[in-house]
Design a binder for this molecule. Structure first.
Ligand code: ZN
Ligand code: ZN
Length: 288
């Protein structure tokens, strides 16, 4: 059973229309597609949906939902950025305006408490360095801690259904500024997972870094997946496709990794609700 709950289209930085994604999903044998364009943000951004496109987004997904009814389950979501210091729009506004089935919360930009600037940790590595210098006086520990604190604040204040790529802050680091083995890093990750465990949020295992060649493993990594299982944090798989060819990219391996970490179930969205489904019922070819 293949699904893609975290999917981009030409409404944001995706490469294909909603309709084309639906057709590719059918051809690839998916059971469900949830569209999750980057929600509009309060500053100019090439990668996010412009506000004036939101209504068309709602309508186009509705149209496809009706057109493919009985063949493909289609859901409406948004990958919504949370930024501290009131720099983002409350998730409830999007839930209401876009009549979302669920919402994916993510942190791509971190607000500095000292300056008015934002640290953009995704995209080219130069931005990463520039942001750490400009927003956090070059102090990587301060920057990474602010990232995880922002995730915690998002979980508590915005109640996302799914948390996107929870350790993505490590992507552009590539072992240059800090190691995931350092105690301060492990401590802030643990504090964040404890906060997630107290909420209803699901953590996605995002495969995009691997198939794009940007990172050697999933977001989050094996150790964090393991800790999620220990803390009973629900997990799902996201391919985070920006192109219809990516709709199953890395899906099998991620599911296997969740199983290897000791989980028996995975979160799936069905009939308007998140449910736990046995991993073996999602993929029969799981190896012991
Ligand atoms: Zn993202
Ligand atoms: Zn995404």
């Amino acid at each position: 059973m293949y699904f893609s709950y975290h999917t981009h289209s030409t409404f944001c930085d995706g490469k294909a229309s909603v309709e084309d994604v639906c057709q590719s999903a059918l051809a690839a044998g998916l059971k469900a597609v949830g569209f999750s364009s980057h929600a509009p943000v309060m500053f100019p951004a090439q990668w996010a949906m412009p506000f004036e496109r939101l209504e068309a987004y709602v309508e186009e997904i509705e149209r496809c939902r009706n057109k493919y009814a009985g063949k493909l389950d289609i859901y409406r979501s948004l990958e919504t950025d949370f930024i501290a210091n009131d720099r983002s729009i409350p998730f409830d506004v999007y839930r209401r305006l876009a009549k979302l089935d669920y919402i994916i919360g993510s942190v791509h930009l971190v607000a500095s408490r000292d300056t008015n600037e934002l640290w953009f940790l995704d995209g080219p590595a130069e931005n990463y360095e520039k942001g750490v210098t400009n927003c956090f006086s070059g102090n990587i520990q301060k920057a990474v801690t602010a990232y995880y604190k922002q995730i915690q604040e998002m979980v508590i204040s915005q109640n996302p259904d799914v948390i996107a790529h929870i350790d993505k802050v490590i992507m552009n680091n590539k072992g240059r500024y800090f190691s995931g083995e350092e105690q301060w890093y492990k401590d802030i990750v643990e504090e964040t997972l404890q906060a997630v465990a107290k909420s209803d949020a699901i953590i996605e295992v995002n495969t995009r870094g691997i198939y794009r060649g940007k990172y050697h493993t999933w977001f989050p990594c094996k150790e964090i997946i393991q800790r999620c299982v220990e803390l009973d944090i629900p997990l799902t798989v996201s391919v985070d496709a920006h192109h219809p060819d990516e709709l199953r990219a890395g899906f099998d391996e991620a599911l296997q990794a969740i199983f290897n970490a000791g989980a028996q179930v995975i979160s799936i969205f069905e009939g308007g609700l998140w449910k736990q489904k046995a991993l073996r019922d999602v993929m029969s070819k799981i190896k012991e």
